[in-house]
Design a protein around this ligand. Structure first.
Ligand SMILES: C[S@@+](CC[C@H](N)C(=O)[O-])C[C@H]1O[C@@H](n2cnc3c(N)ncnc32)[C@H](O)[C@@H]1O
Ligand code: SF4
Length: 344
């Protein structure tokens, strides 16, 4: 269900804007249902009151918990079931964060990503994206949402932006705590720049991975052909416009994008920019030839970049010990079913 459709249904049931906000807020914030309270603003039109139990059940059914897999780092991977039987992953992150999926599968096909091996299966509706937050909040408080789960948000732009708008308003997530993560697409920059002063402007993460255009085309075969220099220029313009630094994502692949030439490339691209470089050692995926660098090597790379003037953070992706890379949980669950997992 799309949020716009939900709003139309509520209006057809006689909801005024304040009623509509209340139903949406109760859902997204996962508030205990207190509709019986006798305060004037809580009087809902009769038709809406009568329809609410069925509507609540429908909203809960948009994303239901299939299984929860706690990690040693305080994170927990969630396998989430959708109404048509498809599954996606969300991750509860330490410090009240949540990583959500925007698609089932992904068309970009990054060589090191489990989700990319499936191709695109389908888009998530805006309701299914928000429902991951509502579901997570029944398990833990959530104050930050990153779009770093399955899928490329740029390929589902209308639905992702609709979900972001709801999360940043009735969902009570601070705008800079909504992080849109993408391989980079001109449409994303256009849409984000066009957001008005009253609209929710998310922070932006750009998955860069290499300073070399040719290598980037190999690693991210179906990403838009934007050279790293151009991507950083576009990122810088959004950082200045939004007031939030760009988070550059760099999946560290041993012997592939961790050499001296890449360190020089990073300094050339990012020094002096309003940016943070997040280095994430590759999560091993069975059957792939990539290697994860040792933690000591990764730490040394981050230290040297920092010394050369690039604000660098070394991060491990959450839930390393529970089927690490996003998409692996779904793939494992799907093995017994009909979703084909392509060999590399
Ligand atoms: C799964 S993607 C989803 C968002 C968007 N499609 C993107 O690429 O930015 C989120 C991040 O996970 C990273 N990632 C994917 N597979 C990984 C792996 N095996 N190990 C470490 N990071 C990985 C990607 O590089 C990307 O920065
Ligand atoms: S890293 Fe992001 S863009 Fe690349 S295949 Fe995975 S989900 Fe898609």
């Amino acid at each position: 269900m799309h949020i716009d459709t939900l709003r139309q249904r509520l209006r057809a049931l006689g909801a005024l804007p304040k009623h509509e906000q209340r139903v949406l807020r109760d859902w997204v914030q996962a508030l205990p249902h207190d509709r019986g309270r006798r305060r004037p603003e809580h009087f809902l039109p009769l038709a809406l009151r009568e329809a609410l139990p069925a509507l609540d059940a429908e909203l809960q059914g948009l994303a239901r918990l299939i299984s929860e897999h706690p990690g040693e780092d305080g994170s927990a991977r969630l396998l989430v079931g959708l109404a048509d039987g498809q599954t996606v992953e969300s991750v509860l992150l330490p410090r009240e964060g949540l990583c959500v999926s925007s698609q089932v599968g992904c068309a970009v096909g990054c060589q090191f990503c489990m989700t990319g091996r499936e191709g695109l299966i389908r888009q998530l509706s805006s309701g299914e994206i928000v429902a991951q937050l509502a579901l997570a909040r029944r398990l833990r408080p959530v104050k930050k949402v990153v779009f770093m789960g399955m899928g490329e948000p740029a390929h589902n732009l209308d639905n992702v932006l609709e979900a972001i708008e709801l999360m940043g308003t009735v969902g009570n997530i601070g705008h800079k705590n909504l992080v849109f993560s993408t391989v980079g697409d001109p449409r994303v920059f256009e849409r984000l720049h066009a957001l008005g002063p009253d609209e929710v402007k998310p922070a932006l993460a750009l998955s860069l991975h290499t300073s070399k255009a040719a290598l980037r085309e190999q690693l991210l075969p179906r990403a838009p052909r934007i050279a790293p220099d151009e991507l950083v220029e576009a990122g810088e313009a959004y950082a200045r416009a939004s007031g939030y630094p760009i988070q550059y994502q760099w999946t560290l692949l041993d012997g592939v994008n961790d050499g001296e030439d890449e360190l020089d490339g990073i300094v050339r691209l990012l020094k002096g920019r309003y940016a943070i470089l997040n280095m994430i050692p590759y999560n091993t995926i069975p059957d792939l030839a990539f290697r994860r660098p040792s933690w000591d090597k990764a730490r040394e790379i981050a230290r040297r970049l920092h010394q050369r003037g690039v604000l660098t953070k070394l991060r491990d992706s959450a839930g390393q010990d529970v089927d690490g890379g996003c998409g692996q949980l779904r793939a494992r669950e799907a093995k017994g079913r009909s979703i084909p997992i392509r060999a590399a």
